[in-house]
Design a protein around this ligand. Sequence first.
Ligand SMILES: [Zn+2]
Length: 443
Amino acid sequence: MITLHVGFDDTDSPRMGCTTYVAALLVERLHGLGVSFIDYPSLVRLNPNVPWKTRGNGALCLRIRCDEDLLQEIEEIVLDTIEENADLSFAGTDPGVVFLVANKVPQEIRTFAKQTIQGIVKMREAMSLVKAFGAEAVGFKTGRGIIGGLAAIGETLEGDHTYELITYRTGENRGTSRRLDASSVATMNEKTAPLTFNNLDPETKRVLITPRGPDPILYGIRGETPAVVWRAHKMVRSLEPVERWVVFRTNHGTDAHLQAVNTIDEIRPYNPTVVRGTVTKEPYIVPRRHVVFSIKDETGQVDCAAYEPTGTLRKAAKALIVGDVVEACGGVRPASSNHPVTVNLEKLRILKLAPKLAFHNPQCPKCGGRMESMGRNKGFRCGKCGFRSSELKKQVTEENREVEEGLYVTSPRSQRHLAKPLCRYGREKSGNPSTIIGNWHFP
Ligand SMILES: [Zn+2]
């Protein structure tokens, strides 16, 4: 018996397909060969800020135990399934597959996975690891999907992870609008949240479990355990047939892409960051209603932007003043002709609010009227009784702040796959599942 890891990526395009669907087909086909799965299929979201990403930038890995005699047949099934289902005629679709036989995934490949989730890696780094560990890599066209395939093998999800049960539509329904009973989604949410998350947008009540677009996904339910996403799936009433479904183990909702830097000068474009600084420029609103402010530390300064659909996060950003200390989290956009390097905020932690001071002219000690300034350092004169004083000073009062210290997160409707929603704080987990539940895939 051998342990085989099959990682693959980049089979889809904006016009069709979904790499998770290829995984779902493979689960059924490999199951038919009699192999045993040692983990749920992993769905690993890679750095959402790489400039050439396909839609969701998700890579897949299947981990199985099988007879060594089956290896060649398995490889043929995998390659055939990818070839049949990938949008190979689309210019940006470059599928890649990696096969690795290993009882334990080497540390170097795990490190590579982390770099692929948090930063930018190169094809030759992937190929040198493939060679070093005797893996086999097959690329279609440029084969760029080999990078994601290897990363999916290397992300063993022993740290924080979540689950997603994804259902797929039958062929004739793909491309049409998805038909679900929305009230059943609301009931499911009531009964299973917060162990499931991002089912509905709380502000707009929009159903978030259905994607938009021509891909074969009907809906995906995210949650903390395989059992809860399966239970939630049973509560959703679909008005169209479900062709198949699979429970994936994922890094969704874990913030795996964010990497803290020590100082502002360590920020690198395309590397999602967590950085602290003091607000140095009052927030202002740019066209399309984005809020922009700047933070600084002893090494430099960077712009931070909160986008219009980010709800409470944008409101909090708008209420900041110079002197507030914050932690900004999000993707890093490189400088362009119309803006400097900018952190696109996914989260904002307000660490310390500065006092908001208001200065008023003093009251007249004789008649109680409001005094007027006679010019800088020239004292005050009462407009009512004419009393003058060069001793009196401006009065300072502290105004209420319209925002509190704490964590602000984008609204669920604008959260990226990797962003940890508020309801997951305190639910982080680690380790691999000890058993695989019976109902983890159909058919
Ligand atoms: Zn007076």
